[in-house]
Design a protein around this ligand. Structure first.
Ligand SMILES: Cc1cc2nc3c(=O)[nH]c(=O)nc-3n(C[C@H](O)[C@H](O)[C@H](O)COP(=O)(O)O)c2cc1C
Length: 349
């Protein structure tokens, strides 16, 4: 079903843009495994529970979300649809989903913010070598009313994305980075952009960003329980268990595999989110059962955006929410906030 939507999106976008959005690193094994490994978790429904009222609400970073689905930060959205991030942000706001704006947004953050009313939003930060660029991005986060700064920690250097190497995909819509990093206004190639990331970023820097931004910090790209503990020690309010959708290293563990030990290590001291391969509402509920507070979704909503603009993206989010509701009813757990490991079949507990 999602394949049909991706197919339609691919036809509209052309090969190079589709390859950029769809692709992963190397042989794309991690990208595929992200999807497959959620199936390891089999739900064990409780019978004869009153499910006449379903409450999908959860609490993340102290704020109530209407449901446990957020939109993962994704770059260059005007290459998927002319209205880009403005359209996806509007769709997220209408469907009650957190929207995370990428540092590599192709729409100005103020325009994205204007499309969202007071709906919840986070800002994703890539840390660049040029500290002035980082400060400008953080200022944009604050001005846009973003409630958290999501620092992506799995991108010291770019992964080997072979589709992009083959097609030579180069973003032509300028981003905030072009405006602040390329004084002559010439769009940067993908490789040039990746070379601007700061590969010397370490734990010592994280506290500084938390302080200078004045925003709660969430570290995205955590795959190890010891790193999750370090994140908390460094002052992070949350972590996103993520392997960047399989786009960085084609030899790492899937996020479904990484989640459980991280939830145990965090022990409720920070919010835990997860992304990668979440394609169905029942995958979201699986993540909640393992112990995540919410899940982020990437590519499926991009296909919706590409195929149908804001309406197409909203339809994808609403499909996922409807599947979450349906799953909660069918496992006999009317409140998303009450899903726990007791709903996992014994082999996976
Ligand atoms: C086209 C594309 C662009 C992305 N851009 C960013 C980005 O700018 N910053 C970031 O932290 N993650 C980025 N990611 C990773 C996503 O935030 C997320 O981790 C991943 O897509 C989740 O996996 P899924 O697509 O299987 O749902 C990107 C992913 C895709 C597919």
């Amino acid at each position: 079903m999602n394949d049909d939507l991706e197919q339609r999106a691919a036809e509209l976008m052309g090969e190079a843009a589709h390859g950029y959005f769809a692709g992963g690193a190397g042989d794309e094994r991690v990208m595929t495994r992200n999807i497959e490994q959620w199936q390891q978790y089999r739900l064990a429904p409780r019978a004869l529970v009153d499910v006449s009222t379903i409450d999908t609400g959860v609490t993340v970073l102290g704020r109530r979300w209407a449901h446990p689905i957020g939109i993962a930060p994704m770059a260059y959205q005007r290459h998927a649809h002319d209205e880009g991030e403005v359209a996806l942000a509007r769709a997220a706001a209408q469907a009650g989903a957190l929207f995370t704006l990428s540092s590599q947004t192709t729409c100005p953050p103020v325009e994205v913010a204007a499309a969202m009313g007071d709906a919840p939003r986070w800002f994703q930060l890539y840390v660049f070598r040029d500290r002035a660029v980082n400060e400008d991005l953080i200022a944009a986060a604050r001005e846009g009313g973003h409630e958290a700064l999501v620092i992506t920690v799995d991108f010291p250097v770019g992964g080997r994305r072979e589709r992009d190497l083959r097609t030579g995909f180069a973003p032509t819509h300028p981003t905030l980075l072009d405006r602040v990093a390329a004084a002559d206004g010439v769009a940067l190639t993908l490789a040039e952009r990746h070379a601007l990331h700061d590969p010397s970023l370490t734990w010592d820097d994280i506290g500084r960003f938390a302080e200078s931004s004045g925003l709660p910090v969430v570290l995205k790209g955590i795959l190890r329980p010891d790193d999750a503990r370090r994140a908390i020690d460094a002052g992070a309010a949350g972590v996103v268990v993520s392997n960047h959708g399989g786009r960085q290293l084609d030899a790492v563990l899937s996020t479904a595999e990484a989640l459980e030990p991280i939830v145990d290590a965090v022990a409720g001291q920070a919010s835990v989110l997860v992304d990668g391969g979440i394609r169905r509402g029942w995958d979201v509920v699986r993540a909640l059962a393992v112990g995540a507070d919410a899940a982020l979704v990437g590519r499926p909503v991009l296909w919706g955006l590409a195929a149908g603009g804001a309406d197409g993206a909203r339809a994808e989010i609403e499909r996922l929410v409807a599947e979450v509701e349906n799953t909660l009813a069918l496992i006999g757990c009317p409140r998303a906030a009450d899903v726990d490991r007791s709903f996992l079949a014994p082999a996976r507990r």
